[in-house]
Write a protein that binds this ligand. Structure first.
Ligand code: SAM
Length: 243
């Protein structure tokens, strides 16, 4: 079903995360550009450009939100491939689906409202599973990683793009100032919502740093786990394989 959302019950806790994203959904794309000076577009392009994927593949993009990653992946899988865009928040999915429709990109996308902790797909369903700026928001990250592993085919790759730990000393104070002063202020000015952006800055700092996330992926069953820092470690791309 290209236009229907499959109905999957989501828990109370998830609803809270859901609400944060409902309140930011409409402004989400603008805010990303403002807060990252547009650099998130480059991170996302790099994330997809270096993915292990080919024509005809079936890909799951978790926490897909407004569809940036799905849109980039679409060109990699071609006419014969397909992208499942999964997100817990119906409002984000709706913004994403409207945006795809406006761009004339309809075929080959499926939208599924789901919780990454408990995926409504059989084992070995996908050639590639991605999650960009989403794992941070998932309550039980270990469960989500195990589920990503479960739904991958043998030989398939999991890719996680997420904020990580800045590794360059001189940059740290600037980064702190940006996170805790600039971001909430931009949130107040442009989205009339200081709290959601305060939450965002805090969730970035709480997320497990490079080595810790790598160990979590190994514990979830992934083989050949590794990562690559982007922009001094503001973000990192973690990869793992099902073997
Ligand atoms: N991937 C998109 C991007 O890079 O622009 C969206 C990222 S957005 C910061 C995070 C998304 O994660 C939101 O759309 C939110 O609804 C979703 N999310 C949060 N918890 C989730 C969960 N447990 N399962 C699935 N999606 C979740």
């Amino acid at each position: 079903t290209h236009f229907g959302f499959r109905d999957v019950p989501v828990g109370e806790k998830q609803k809270l995360v859901g609400e944060v994203f409902s309140s930011v959904a409409g402004k989400y794309d603008l805010m990303n550009d403002l807060m990252s000076f547009g650099i998130h577009r480059v991170w996302k392009r790099y994330f997809v450009a270096t993915a292990q994927v080919r024509r005809g593949d079936r890909v799951l993009d978790l926490a897909g939100g407004t569809g940036d990653i799905a849109l980039l992946l679409r060109d990699r899988v071609g006419e014969t491939g397909g992208i499942v865009l999964g997100d817990i928040n119906g409002e984000m999915l709706r913004v994403g689906r409207d945006r795809m429709t406006d761009l004339g990109r309809v075929a080959g996308f499926e939208y599924v409202q789901l919780n990454a902790e408990k995926l409504p797909f059989p084992d070995a369903s996908f050639d590639l599973v991605t999650i960009a700026f989403g794992l941070r928001n998932v309550t039980d990250k270990d469960a989500a990683l195990r589920e990503m592993h479960r739904v991958l085919k043998v030989g398939g790759q999991a890719r996680v793009l997420e904020f990580s730990e800045v590794k360059t000393d001189w940059f740290k104070p600037l980064y702190d100032f940006h996170s805790f002063k600039v971001m909430p202020t931009l949130g107040r000015l442009f989205a009339n919502d200081r709290d959601s952006y305060q939450y965002l800055a805090e969730s970035i700092r709480k997320h497990p740093p490079q080595e810790e996330l790598k160990a979590m992926m190994e514990a979830a069953g992934f083989a050949r786990c590794g990562y690559r820092n982007l922009s001094a470690g503001i973000c990192a791309i973690h990869t793992g394989y099902r073997v």
